[in-house]
Structures are given as structure tokens and as C-alpha cells.
Design a protein around this ligand. Structure first.
Ligand SMILES: NC(=O)c1ccc[n+]([C@@H]2O[C@H](COP(=O)([O-])OP(=O)(O)OC[C@H]3O[C@@H](n4cnc5c(N)ncnc54)[C@H](OP(=O)(O)O)[C@@H]3O)[C@@H](O)[C@H]2O)c1
Length: 244
């Protein structure tokens, strides 16, 4: 039976125990998304309006526990990402647990239209990684190489298997995807996703908002197992693992 708990009743240590990887030497490709009850990944074009304090607590904790945060360039641009820098308390916890103070940050982009003057690069505590394609624009690539490690993981698209292999090759076994729907769709299609943390926000979007996953073709249906369910008022936090 999956554990069912009240989120607010859990201490930080108890919450960490629920989300901590069982074995850091084994790969874990995890994604964290939020959806409205009627399946929209956005409210007014962004995911932030769907969230709340409980969601922020889980979102921050998942960053604290991972080796690398992976995000599609569409989400970096839409959500206005800054540097991948954790709060001092989270950074201290990581240091005490033998981890670098901040996780690595990997951005997935084909077009490389990334703002080199943004905090993502200028205030990065660790040199970011940009995962791109061999056919990416060479001028943009050269400019990016001044501020990031740029690696091709496919010819015309970043191939999920190569993305995962590249990160594992750097010792980054705990891979955490924060979005967005196109990247998640690719991870699902390639069957590279091991775990999905999905928050259900108690709101009806009622329009044509995107789903959390988007791909040109439906994938072979993949089964997942509910590991736990946390409640905070009417918001639900689920953790599903891939059944293989
Ligand atoms: N509800 C949630 O939890 C949640 C989470 C994250 C984002 N969102 C929302 O999702 C929306 C953005 O959606 P999106 O689908 O555009 O997000 P996305 O997956 O982050 O971005 C798509 C872009 O990422 C790059 N990309 C993704 N997969 C790639 C691959 N396999 N190979 C090469 N490049 C790849 C490409 O960047 P280039 O264009 O640079 O080539 C592509 O245009 C925003 O409204 C955001 O607020 C919601």
C-alpha cells in the first residue's frame, strides 16, 4: 500500500526520507510536474499559478536531493529561470551529506536561443551544461561555450538516451527534470523516465492549457506504481515509479 500522509505534519527529515533516492549509485531519472485537476500544465501560460507553499516545499526538496536539474529551453525562457543556486539551508544539508552545495544545471536546446547575460549563466554557482544537437548553429554554440559546457547529444534532436548517458558519464546519477512538456514527452517516448512526481492542484483551468507531456505521437502506454500520496488541504502530491 502506498503511504498516505499530511504534508504539513511531516518534518523535513520525514519528507526527505519519502523522496530520497534509495541508492545514489543507481541512476534515477525523475520529473516533477504540476497539473490542474482538469489536466492543464499552466494557468495563464505559466505553471507557477497552479502551485502554493506545499508545492514549493516539494519542488525545493527535489532540487536539494538531485545531482542535476534538467530543463528544456522553452521552460527556461517561459518561466524566467535564474541561477541554479539553492537556499543556504539546503546547500548546507547537501554539504553535510557529501554533495556539492548546488546541483548542476543542464539546459536542453536545439536552437540555442539562450540569454547569455541572464542570471542562469552570470550568477551560476556551477558552470551550466547545455545539451544540444550536432546541427546546432555554430555561432550561437561558440558564444555559449564562453559561459557553459555545450555538448551534442544527437544530430537533429537531443536524444534522451544520450542525454542520460552524458549525465551519468559525469557522475550525475540523480537526474531531475523540472520540465517542460516537450522534454517530458521525449523522455517518456524513449522510456527513460524512472519516476514522476505529480502535484494535482485543486483548480479547474477550463481552457486549452497544455498537458504536462507533449509529443507528436502517443507512446506505448507505460505503467507506473504509486509510491506515496501527500495531502495539503485539497492539493495532492504523488510519487509514481516506473514499473519495468
Ligand atoms: N506544469 C508544470 O509542471 C510545468 C513544468 C515546466 C514547464 N511548464 C510550462 O510548459 C510551457 C513550456 O512548454 P515547452 O514544451 O515549450 O517546454 P520545454 O520542453 O521546456 O521546452 C521545449 C524546448 O526545449 C528544447 N527541447 C526540448 N526537448 C528537446 C530535444 N529532445 N531536443 C532538442 N531540444 C529540445 C527546445 O528548445 P529550443 O527552442 O531552444 O531549441 C524546445 O523548443 C511553459 O508554459 C511552462 O510554464 C509547466
Amino acid at each position: 500500500m502506498p503511504t498516505v500522509s499530511e504534508l504539513d505534519a511531516l518534518t523535513d527529515a520525514q519528507l526527505i526520507a519519502l523522496y530520497a533516492p534509495a541508492n545514489r549509485s543507481e541512476r534515477l531519472v525523475r520529473a516533477n510536474f504540476i497539473s490542474s485537476i482538469d489536466g492543464s500544465a499552466t494557468l495563464g501560460g505559466l505553471s507557477g499559478e497552479l502551485g502554493g507553499p506545499g508545492d514549493k516545499r516539494v519542488f525545493d526538496l527535489l532540487r536539494q536531493l538531485c545531482d542535476v536539474v534538467v530543463v528544456g529551453a522553452g521552460t527556461v525562457r517561459a518561466e524566467g529561470y535564474g541561477a541554479m543556486r539553492l537556499e543556504p539551508r539546503a546547500a548546507l544539508w547537501r554539504a553535510q551529506n557529501g554533495l556539492p552545495e548546488h546541483p548542476a544545471f543542464a539546459i536542453v536546446s536545439r536552437g540555442l536561443e539562450l540569454d547569455l547575460d541572464s542570471d542562469v549563466f552570470t550568477k551560476a554557482p556551477r558552470r551550466p551544461l547545455v545539451l544540444t544537437t550536432a546541427s546546432a548553429d555554430t555561432t550561437r554554440r561558440t558564444a555559449l561555450e564562453h559561459v557553459a559546457d555545450v555538448v551534442a547529444c544527437g544530430e537533429k534532436s537531443v536524444e534522451p538516451q544520450r542525454l542520460v548517458a552524458e549525465l551519468l558519464g559525469r557522475g550525475l546519477t540523480q537526474i531531475h527534470c523540472e520540465g517542460g512538456p516537450s522534454l517530458l514527452g521525449d523522455l517518456i517516448a524513449a522510456d527513460e523516465l524512472d519516476e514522476l512526481c505529480l502535484t494535482l492542484s485543486p483548480v479547474l483551468e477550463g481552457g486549452a492549457g497544455p498537458r504536462i507531456s507533449h509529443a507528436p505521437q502517443p507512446s506505448v502506454p507505460r505503467s507506473l506504481t504509486l509510491e506515496h500520496l501527500l495531502l495539503a488541504d485539497s492539493m495532492m502530491f504523488t510519487k509514481y515509479s516506473r514499473t519495468r
